[in-house]
Ligand binder design. Sequence first.
Ligand code: 13P
Ligand code: SF4
Length: 329
Amino acid sequence: MIQSELLKNGFLEKAIEPSLDLFAEIKRLKQEKNAIVLAHYYQNADIQDVADYIGDSLGLAQQAAKTKADMIVFAGVHFMAETAKILCPDKKVVLPDLNAGCSLADSCTPDRFAAFKAQHPEHMVISYINCTAEIKAMTDIVCTSSNAAQIVQSLPKDQKIIFAPDKNLGRYIMQTSGREMLLWDGSCMVHEIFSKQKIVQLKLRYPDAEVIAHPECEEAVLELADFIGSTSALLKRTKQGKASTFIVATESGILHQMIQASPEKTFIPAPPDNQCACNDCPHMKLNTLEKVYLCMEYELPELILDEQIRKKAEVPIRRMLDISASLGL
Ligand code: 13P
Ligand code: SF4
């Protein structure tokens, strides 16, 4: 069987000698291949610990755009690695697991979105970065949760806007900006799962705790939040805020950085609305340290993109990066 098949079927992951020092091996491969490891905050702690840069979607796109490395190892989900490839067509972009998708990106298929767009020809399209390259190719400006409000406000007041694919982030921006927008009906399976009732109970138990939430959460959860922001904004809040206890309504991977930055503070993951105690993104968590090592060693799986789509998708991402840079974001 060829290497790519072995990787796909998980045979190589199982064949790794347990005594192999993956941290040392990844360090060696970074040097040998002039590779950079970019990791989202929702990755497992050991992957965050080997990363050259850990960030939210905006930070990761900015890092990808400016790296001098020959190979980008993207420890995140597919649309993030795709964004790196769109920005760096001449670099090799590999990801630990090609199946690491995103429920939000999956909710917006190119054919349905093209039909929706055709019904509203006067609208400009702002797309959350959590979408496929095909959707980005149909977009005027991309945004992330770190800059969505500013991107929306950068358009003239009378400009009609379609906001896709996250309806929760879109509704939150509508409420805070006072702008009407047409929302695509998509959502994140991780951020929709939090239980309002259980958070209220936690607030009674920890009356001094601050509830911090990602804007991908449902309205009922955001109404309970003392602070709402992107993953990096939530991390900053825990470092700079006065509270010593935080109830965190976002994916649990971020707690690793929160605890490292403020070991004296207490972090309580907001409980989900089911019997399970975890709020992990199953897509993000497909990546393992073993798979990071293997994708660097074999340079597989590699992100390959249709050049026509890549070129079209690059335009709205560059617009986002330019607006963000001009605003110091
Ligand atoms: P940010 O990285 O913009 O905080 O978005 C969170 C997320 O769900 C990424 O998939
Ligand atoms: Fe997609 Fe939600 Fe997972 Fe982010 S946390 S990758 S939006 S499913």
